[in-house]
Design a protein around this ligand. Structure first.
Ligand code: XLS
Ligand code: NI
Ligand code: NI
Length: 437
């Protein structure tokens, strides 16, 4: 027992018990699915089980070694992780290879350690029914990855990265994960003065095709994901944003097997909103999964805070619902308690805050849809494409010449008001004066 609280229960919105859910009622059915099925929460291993408060200017503020070292420590961490997930009612987890098992001196040794630990995880999964949402390989931490993995100028690094991804896919299959993530931490550059961009991009495409081919011939039937991020740690990352990744996937023939894993804080780093990135993924048929967190607009880096802004979670869940909901994906809390929130209770409270913020976001997103004013406004705004000339344009029946002839004598064309302020007031109405039932 690492966590002194018992199972966290739903107690309703009037509950003042900090160790209770006010909105997340896992079994509550909304529009034919339970909240648990809508939200598919996952725990991030790296932040939750490993991160200990270190920042650029200072060391640890909390210990997560449980007084142990070596394989025993990794097993204790797994015990803690499963206890936390069970107590919070979280059914999924996400991890990098190096999060769950110690690294050896060679790739071969690391893979052996990973196998020992995935045996252990499998046993914990059987006891609890918890599974990974997705697996990934850390190809940015070790110094050999300083110039990237698949985009490294060093071919041996490309080879080691391939071996890590092979082991990661094997782990995903063994543990029943339906996702494999590529977050290209250092797949980018710091200066073009030393970079062959064309070769790096081709190698990145080659690498992902190798992963796809290996996965598909070795029992991985889930989704591969790219997780866009524009920068940090590199100055420019090739997976810049959802639009860039969609183009990259199509250019490399990967669009049938890959989707996008959208992270809120990465969206804002790219100068976009979270819901913009979700919309771009959906428009491209690549909506897959979410790394749920939030940044601090005044700091501007990837602070990975727990998402508590209900306006944002509402807009995000509106996009998720419109995209048809999660299939293989889910909501991974790629988030960590603040450096000063340095107790295990803070970890529990952080998850409660994030889960409740998304549960409330889900409730409010359905209220927007049921209310209908926003959807009706959009439909009406584009109604000129539903009949007459507009419909013929959409049906592909017009040409530049036919349109020029049609438009030649048009006078006094009126475009209707966009009504932004009215729509923002509708949002306030739904968010702040509606009920939560
Ligand atoms: C870092 C990323 C990372 C990925 C997994 O910014 O968010 O945590 O989600 O490698
Ligand atoms: Ni992430
Ligand atoms: Ni991130």
């Amino acid at each position: 027992m690492y966590i002194k609280n018992e199972k966290i229960e739903f107690k309703g919105k009037d509950s003042k018990d900090p160790f209770s859910f006010r909105y997340y009622d896992k079994k509550r059915v909304i529009n034919g699915k339970t909240m648990g099925e809508h939200l598919k929460f996952a725990m991030s291993w790296w932040h939750t089980v490993n991160a200990s408060g270190t920042d650029m200017f200072g060391g640890d503020t909390m210990s997560k070694t449980f007084g142990l070292s070596g394989m025993d420590m990794y097993k204790a961490k797994a015990d803690f992780a499963f206890e936390l997930m069970r107590k919070l009612g979280i059914d999924y987890y996400c991890f990098h290879d190096v999060d769950v098992a110690p690294e050896g001196e060679t790739l071969g040794e690391s893979v052996k350690n990973l196998e020992i630990m995935t045996d252990y995880l499998l046993q914990k999964q059987k006891e609890t029914g918890i599974k990974p949402l997705w697996v990934t390989a850390n190809m940015f931490g070790d110094k050999k990855f300083m110039a990237g993995a698949a985009t490294s100028p060093c071919a041996d690094v490309f080879a080691v990265a391939a071996g890590k991804v092979k082991a990661g896919i094997d782990a995903a299959v063994k543990l029943g994960a339906k996702g494999y993530v590529f977050w290209g931490g250092r797949e980018g550059y710091d200066t073009l003065l030393n970079t062959d961009m064309a070769l790096e991009l081709h190698n990145l495409g080659r690498f992902m095709r190798m992963a796809r081919d290996y996965g598909r011939s070795h029992g991985f039937d889930g989704d591969f994901y790219i997780e866009p991020k524009p920068k940090e740690p590199t100055k420019h990352q090739y997976d810049f944003d959802a639009a860039t990744c969609a183009n990259f996937l199509r250019a490399n023939g990967l669009e049938a097997d890959f989707k996008l894993n959208i992270e809120a804080n990465h969206a804002t780093l790219a100068g976009h909103t979270f819901n913009h990135e979700l919309r771009v993924a959906a428009v491209n048929g690549m909506f897959g999964s979410i790394d749920a967190n939030q940044g601090d607009m005044l700091l501007g880096w990837d602070t990975d805070q727990f998402p508590t802004n209900v306006y944002e979670t509402t807009l995000a869940m509106y996009e998720v619902i419109k995209a048809g909901g999660f299939t293989n994906g889910g909501l991974n809390f790629d988030a960590k308690a603040r450096r000063q929130s340095n107790t295990l209770e803070d970890t529990v409270l952080s998850y409660i805050a994030g889960m409740d913020a998304f549960a409330l976001g889900l409730i409010k997103a359905y209220q927007i849809i049921d209310d209908g004013r926003i959807d009706a406004f959009i439909k009406e705004r584009y109604s000129s494409y539903e009949s007459g000339m507009g419909k013929r344009i959409v049906d592909g029946e017009e040409t530049l010449e036919s349109l020029a002839a049609y438009a030649a004598d048009l006078k006094d064309i009126k475009v209707q008001s966009g009504r932004q302020e009215y729509l923002e007031a509708v949002m306030n109405d739904i968010l702040f004066s509606g009920d939560t039932e």
